[in-house]
Design a protein around this ligand. Structure first.
Ligand code: APR
Length: 242
């Protein structure tokens, strides 16, 4: 059997860790994740936002500034190069990320952000499409489209909300011949369930992570280490060289 040519890749915060972005639940080296420092129910739920909107805006303003200051790492570049190589040869790589940073696209990849994008904002009260946030968001801001004050929020999918692109994800998964999960703990659904869906469809599954994830048992193969090392090593079999 030849090498897989229709690959579905799911990434999580571990792929951006070496770029300097905190993970949510930490890693094997004892580093604390974001959710052990702050309460995710306050900063990642619609209820938390309605209780303290300016506090939640501040949390995302700080993180948005940090995203603007960091750079993609070799794992982001390897995936972007592999995506374009596969597409040139008639295959495909669908890249789905849970990350709200823009490091995949800055590395040159096309990506579906299932948990939204921190650099964008939406209005809770009007159908205006997501817009680029210039600087920060505040409760005193008005919506350029509907004129209401205090209705803007980060375009980030919070707990209890429906992730984006679920239909496109289902279609891409049904066409894949390999499912690869990179830098995610497997703690948050529906993304954590993609490996089981892949298995049910007879698709091979692989995990590339710092350590075995919560659903490591479900993967056919795995390579454990830092994404900046294991992802380029894996992509090299298609001729990717950084
Ligand atoms: N290389 C590869 N993996 C790493 C690295 C690294 N350099 N550093 C840490 N990891 C791994 C950790 O071992 C862990 O398994 O990345 C994973 C990060 O897991 P989480 O912090 O839970 O992040 P993620 O899986 O992306 O979280 C999913 O949770 O709060 C929500 O919406 C948020 O999208 C996020 C979702």
């Amino acid at each position: 059997m030849g090498k897989p040519s229709r690959i579905f890749v799911l990434t999580g915060s571990g792929i951006s860790a070496e770029s300097g972005i905190s993970t949510y639940r930490g890693g094997a080296d004892g580093e604390e994740g974001l959710w052990s420092e702050v309460d995710f129910q306050k900063y990642a739920s619609p209820e938390g936002f309605s209780e303290d909107p300016e506090g939640v805006h501040h949390f995302y303003n700080v993180r948005r500034k940090q995203v603007r200051e960091v750079q993609p790492n070799s794992a982001h570049y390897a995936l972007a190069q592999l995506q374009s190589k596969l597409r040139e040869s008639g295959g495909d790589l669908t890249l789905v990320t849970q990350n709200v940073d823009d490091l995949h696209e800055r590395a040159g990849a096309e990506v579906l952000h299932m948990h939204g994008e921190i650099l964008k904002g939406i209005c809770d009260m009007c159908p205006r499409p997501a817009f680029e946030v210039q600087g920060d968001l505040h409760i005193s801001d008005g919506c350029d489209a509907c004129g209401r004050i205090g209705t803007l929020r980060p375009d980030v999918v919070w707990f209890g909300e429906m992730p984006y692109h679920m239909e496109a994800i289902d279609v891409a998964l049904s066409k894949a011949d390999l499912f690869v999960s990179i830098g995610t703990s497997g703690a948050v659904y529906p993304a954590a369930g993609f490996v089981q869906e892949a298995k049910m469809r007879g698709i091979k599954t692989m995990e590339l992570n710092l350590e075995p994830s919560d659903n490591a048992y479900a993967f056919d193969t795995a390579d454990y280490g830092k994404a900046g090392e294991v992802v380029p090593r894996w992509a090299a079999q298609w001729g990717v060289s950084l």
